[in-house]
Design a binder for this molecule. Structure first.
Ligand SMILES: Nc1nc2c(c(=O)[nH]1)N[C@H]1C(S)=C(S)[C@@H](COP(=O)(O)O)O[C@H]1N2
Ligand SMILES: [Mo]
Length: 313
């Protein structure tokens, strides 16, 4: 069943609830140096054969209820501001987000350039999308994003035949970020060009119609709702269209546990915990994880071999 239009069309009425936020540090892990394990692994033992997308349970039986703004802005992962979930909301105000420019380049861009954030926003319509958000640590929220389609930015850079992947680089400034450099350099991420051009993929500039706060990746951050949260690079300063697959920070940290594709899938567990269920922040109990986080209809065509573990970590 397709995604309900209410999820992908403008939605101005957001429910607010008071909630208790579970305290605690996440389990992504403090940075580890990993022995090169290689990403080409056999699938895990005991896996079930993968169902056809058309046979999956109805993903839309529950309407999406956006997580309260206070929760989205106070339970964060942004390690440049500390490893605890409440560190970024306390520390991140030290990041100056205006003025801000984003460099667009790479060998795949015929029209590279340095753009002011206002120009980038001005070029495309700001859209509103309520998406599920799933962290690889097995917790989730529902976030009402404001942003522009990444595809618009890519098109304006005039991609050529070398534009096979998109590489994102984020700010890494020790003057403004207490934990800058934790990853051995700036936090970097990547997508295939097809993923980047998918209409679900956003560059977010706001949440709940308010400009992004620093802890959420102000002034501009990536949103790819069918992937685990670590793909959502925050506070982006450079976008490159490139020919070779980009390295990404969590893969560099621990190649056995994190990969490039990182598509949400209940059948492929993290080596240290299950991905079959997730903890909904602010709610009691857990709910089943959805294949591609509930966006199979929009994205499954990009991953022809649904049993290939490579796509899911
Ligand atoms: N630069 C940067 N981007 C980042 C991270 C980070 O530590 N640094 N953490 C990632 C992870 S693991 C997640 S789950 C999301 C969290 O986004 P949120 O705090 O807005 O919910 O940001 C991602 N983007
Ligand atoms: Mo995450």
């Amino acid at each position: 069943m397709p995604i309900e239009s209410s999820e992908i069309t403008p939605e101005k009425v957001y429910k607010r609830r008071r909630i208790l936020i579970a305290a605690g540090v996440g389990v992504l892990g403090v940075p580890l140096i990993d022995k090169a394990y290689g990403i080409f692994q056999e699938k895990q033992d005991g896996q079930m054969p993968f169902p056809k997308v058309s046979e999956l349970p109805n993903e839309q039986s529950q309407p999406l209820v956006p997580t309260p703004y206070e929760t989205i802005t106070s339970y964060n992962n942004y390690y440049e501001f500390g490893f605890g979930k409440d560190d970024p909301s306390k520390a991140a105000k030290t990041l100056t987000t205006s003025p801000w420019s984003v460099e667009i380049g790479g060998e795949g861009a015929d029209k590279p350039g340095i753009y002011d954030i206002a120009d980038i926003k001005g070029e495309s319509a700001i859209e509103n999308h309520i998406y599920r958000f799933r962290c690889v640590e097995a917790w989730s929220m529902v976030i009402p994003w404001n942003g522009i389609k990444l595809s618009e930015v890519i098109k304006s850079a005039l991609p050529n035949s070398k534009a096979k992947y998109v590489r994102f680089t984020t700010i890494n400034d020790p003057q403004q970020m207490p934990n800058a450099g934790w990853a051995g350099g700036p936090y970097v991420e990547g997508l295939t060009i097809e993923e980047a051009m998918n209409p679900l993929t956003l560059l977010s500039t706001g949440i709940y119609d308010k400009p992004l706060e620093q802890q959420n990746g102000a002034p501009i951050r990536l949103v790819v709702p069918w992937k685990y949260g670590f793909k959502y690079a925050k506070s982006i300063v450079k976008i490159e269209l490139v020919e070779k697959i980009p390295q990404n920070t969590w893969w560099l940290q621990n190649k056995r546990e994190y990969g490039f594709y990182a598509n949400v899938n209940p059948k492929f567990n993290h080596p240290r915990w299950t991905q079959a269920t997730e903890r909904v922040i602010g709610e009691l109990g857990r709910k089943p994880t959805l294949l591609y986080n509930g966006y199979a209809q929009e994205v499954a065509h990009m991953y022809p071999d649904v049993e290939n573990r490579l796509y899911f970590f």
